[in-house]
Design a protein around this ligand. Structure first.
Ligand code: ATP
Ligand code: MG
Length: 207
């Protein structure tokens, strides 16, 4: 055997040993995770990928025939592909949108609060209904940041939801109290965004 072959054989054996070790570690961790219940997920940060990730989970849940509710806070003026798809192709999804457009468009604080409260009145019963497997509260964090909704009430509703129900909250920020009660918190980091290079928001990608 040549020295190159020898080197390859040693490299392969080392790789195999390392993979075996990794597998046993992962298997042990999987074995340890014994709690069966719904999870509360916060997708936050300044990068792109929060709402689209939430809709990825909607697709997963629908794949198993689960019952899904989606409530979108803020967005309303700009139609999105996910809205069109869910409304037209997924009659089994309970979908509600606040529908006032972005705050900096409306510039009407009392109108915004009214819309937020009306939208929360749709979201809250979902968080009390055990027939929902997955509830997505898209852009909810802004309602807390602007104090449009009472934080205590929102947090209590999230924390006291049915044990089998999972909930996904998206939006930048969200605050320490919200992060505290969520099981999974992922921060999407803005490394770079096409928009900053002058590239227009793209149908099917950005909305
Ligand atoms: P997406 O819906 O694409 O997953 P998101 O939910 O993470 O994005 P939002 O803050 O809700 O982000 O903004 C939605 C829109 O703004 C999308 O069109 C997205 O591409 C764009 N966007 C997100 N992050 C940035 C950013 N850092 N700079 C510029 N535009 C952004
Ligand atoms: Mg979003």
């Amino acid at each position: 055997m040549s020295t190159t072959d020898d080197k390859q054989t040693r490299k392969n054996a080392k790789h195999k040993a390392s993979m075996e070790k990794q597998k046993s570690n992962v298997d042990a961790r999987i074995e340890e995770a014994s709690i069966e219940r719904g999870v509360a997920i916060l997708l936050t940060g300044n990068g792109k990928g929060k709402s689209s990730s939430a809709f990825g989970m909607v697709m997963r849940a629908l794949g198993y025939g689960q019952k899904v509710g989606v409530v979108q806070f803020i967005k309303g003026q700009q139609l999105s592909g996910e809205e069109i798809y869910v409304r037209e192709q997924c009659p089994q999804v309970t979908f509600y949108q606040m529908g006032t457009g972005f705050t900096w468009d409306t510039q009407d604080r009392s109108g915004d609060i009214e819309a937020a409260v009306r939208t929360w009145a749709v979201a809250r019963p979902m968080l009390e209904d055990p027939s929902f497997d997955l509830v997505v509260l898209d852009e909810l964090t802004y309602m807390l940041a602007y104090k449009y909704l009472p934080e205590d009430e929102v947090i209590a509703a999230l924390a006291n939801r049915p044990p089998e129900q999972s909930v996904v909250v998206t939006g930048r920020g969200g605050g320490a109290a919200l992060q505290e009660i969520m099981d999974t918190v992922s921060e999407v980091k803005d490394v770079k965004h096409a928009f900053n290079a002058g590239i227009k928001a793209r149908q099917g990608v950005d909305f």
